[in-house]
Each structure stands twice: as structure tokens, then as C-alpha cells.
Design a protein around this ligand. Sequence first.
Ligand code: C2O
Ligand code: CU
Ligand code: CU
Length: 477
Amino acid sequence: MKNKWYVGALILGIAIIFIGYYGLNKDSTRINQGKNVAVNSTEMDLRELPIPALLEDMNPKVGISDYYLSVQTGTTNFIEDKLTATMGYNGSYLGPVLKLTRGEEVNMHITNELNDTTSVHWHGLEVNGTEDGGPHQVVGIDTTWEPTFTIDQPAATLWFHPHVIGTTATQVYLGLAGLILIEDENSKSLNLPDEYGVNDIPLIIQDRSFDADGFFIYNDNMMNGVVGDVIIVNGAITPYLDVQQVKMRFRIVNGANASNFNLKLNDHSEFYQIASDGGLLEKPVLSDSLFISPGERAEIIIDFSKFNEGEKIELKSGNKQVMTFRIGGESNDLTTIPETLAKIEPIDESVATGMKTIELDGAGHMVSLNGRKFDMNRIDDNVVLGEVEIWEITANGTMMGKMGHPFHIHGTQFQILSRNGKEPGANEQGWKDTVYIQADETVRIIVKFKNEGVFMYHCHILEHEEAGMMGQLEVKE
Ligand code: C2O
Ligand code: CU
Ligand code: CU
């Protein structure tokens, strides 16, 4: 009798251990907090830059489109023969590109196949609060979210990513992010490089750390948020791209959780920046570097006709490798970089009816916005629909040191008036939805709220956002 009970308990115990072990190993969302192993890209076979697919519109009607996204877990091969547990939209890492036209009516169908809630936020898109995909539009497990909106903003490179309380940072780190390209009459008329995947290339730049088994390491014990050892572009570690001697357009997204990138070519040659977050700049801006903080986008054109066949040009961030361009032969290039790209009406300061100050404080988990932490049940600010406001945003130094914060507002695009009283750089004089505030800096922006509903504004260091450096405003008549 006693024996039988003992054997039963033993079998049960073994079963529990077995299920536990098997369950853990099967955990497709595993991310380690352990020790990183150095991934040395020079020892690795470099990968060709992956180009995310364009998502097919399933509606045959012109001007109305239906797009289907499923949020999934999967495995991705980043390193040698190892597989990394990841997440993606319609695939295992990142997602397809939504190419939309101004005026288009879009029906989205998003099915959550994760074992966790998620949301899909359209970063930079001017839509109403209920379509924004922020923390109030949680997509439950095995459910489908179907927002509908009409594209009503200039040509731009936007992106989408999760925005749920508590898991935004890890879901993005595991791979949930995708691109939105908007075209309009103006952008189509310009003769810029615009053949997607040919001379118009997206670069979603992120950084990651890997453990010895190839799993991601998510180390968030630093004040800056989670920073990785290696840079990955479109889901490949420091890849290469073969280019002809022509002008190439790159749509750059800083999709990192926390890292700023300061992009340069290794020969210090110049390139043109043609767009900021919310669309084309008025004029191309020639520069030999591009600073881009988490959440920001920039479009640049590199003219490869100045290089020789067989040369290798490297794109770097500081001394970190980002990717390599392998220069090929000469080729016919009919594209141009026009002197005027777009007309940007400056928002008139004298029509502003509201004024807000935003103080970004602290580091690590000790962050706050205007002295408090995010509360889902508290509306921090009210705005009247259609009104223009001036916001003064300051990043305060702390005892722990000085740090800057990328500040982002949902559902609108703004203009930068000044940085510490001075005119912003030429590449920051277009439409923006995210602006990097340096330590001890005050940035004044002017913003019009054209869409109704509840919208977030926050630091785009995802670990800061999750630690409460976020507020919400309600726009209504
Ligand atoms: Cu990129 Cu609140 O978002
Ligand atoms: Cu956003
Ligand atoms: Cu921050």
C-alpha cells in the first residue's frame, strides 16, 4: 500500500519535471538575462541584407485595401547553425512592408497568435485614438483587431510595433516591428529613387546580444535601457548589400530599444538626407553623418557613382559596424535629387492656444515624466481638436548622470521651433514625431492636434517608457 503510493508520487514527480523541462525548452519566447558571448561578425559568413516583402493588398478595388497581419512566434537564424527564438508579423522576425497611398482607405486585419496579448501601434500615422494601436487597443490571444483608417498625410516612412503595458520592450526586442511607406502625388512626381527593393531600400537598424545557444539576451539593468553587442539590419547581423554605381535611397528606422546610432560611411563621404520622420524635407541636406535615436526615421540618398567597382564601403555607427556596400559596375541612372522636395508650411506660432512643459527626469527604472509615472487610468492633458500648441520639453540631468531621451507624440507630426533657443539643424526642419532631447536641453516644438481620442507621448527608450516615462492626452471638440 505504502509502496504503491510512493511509486505513484515518483511517477507524478518525474512527469512534472519532464513537462517542466520540455515546456521550458519549447518556450518560444525565451530571452536570457545571462552572460553574453561575443559575436564576431568578421568570423561569420556575412549575410546579404534581407529585404522585407511588400504586403499584398487583398482588396481588388482601387483606393480601398485590406491587409492581413498575423502576430507570431518563430525561430530565426542569425548566427551560424543556431536558431534564435523570435517574434514576427507574417513570419519569424520583423514584418512585411505596408505601402500605402495618400487618400487610400485601409482595412487592417490583425490576428494575435502569440501566447500573450499585444497591440499594433502605427508610429507616425495620423489617425484617431481608437485606431492608434496604443495600450488602450490590446489585441487578446487568438483574437483579431480590425481598425479602419484613411491615409491623410504626406509621403513618409513610418513604422509599426507593439505598445502593450509591460511587454512592449520585450516584444519589440524579439522582433515585432514593421515598416509603412506612404506615397503621395508629390513624391510620385519627383523622380527620386523609388523602386522598392531595387534602389529604394529599407534599413531597420537594431542592436542585440546573443547567448552561447543563440538566444537573445535581454539585459535591462543599465540606466540607458537595453543595449546590444551587435548591430542587426533588417534582421541580419552586419549584412552586405551589392549596389551598382547609382543613387540609392535608404529608408532608415532606428528600431533599437534604447541605442542611438550615429551613422557615417567609413570614407567620411557625404550623402543627402531627403526626409525626416513625417516626410520629405523641403530641400535635400548634404551631410557626412546622421544621428538617429530610437523611434526616429530618416531617408538618405547615397550616390555610389563616386566609388569604383570592387570597393567595399562600410556604414558605421561610432566604431560599430552596421553594414557593408559592395560596389558593382556602372549602370544607367535616370533618378534625380531635386532641389525642392516638398513644401512645408511652418505652423504659425501666433495661432498657438496652448502651452505645455514636459520634464523628462531620471534614468533606468527611476524615470518620470513631469514628476510622475504613467497611469493608464489618468489622462494627463486635454487638448481641443484642431488647436495648435507649443510644447517645451526638457531633459534634466540626474545624480546618476546626464542622459538624453527620444521624445515621441502619437497621432500627429510636429515641427521643431528651437533647441536651447537656437534654430534646429536643417535636417530637423521638416515633419517630426520623435525628437531627441539632449541632457540639460530644452526643445520647443509646435504641434497641431487634428485627430480625436486618447494618445500617448513618451520617451522612446522602450525600457523608460515601460518604467513610466509616458503620459496620455485626450483630444476632443
Ligand atoms: Cu513608436 Cu508610442 O511609439
Ligand atoms: Cu507612436
Ligand atoms: Cu528616456
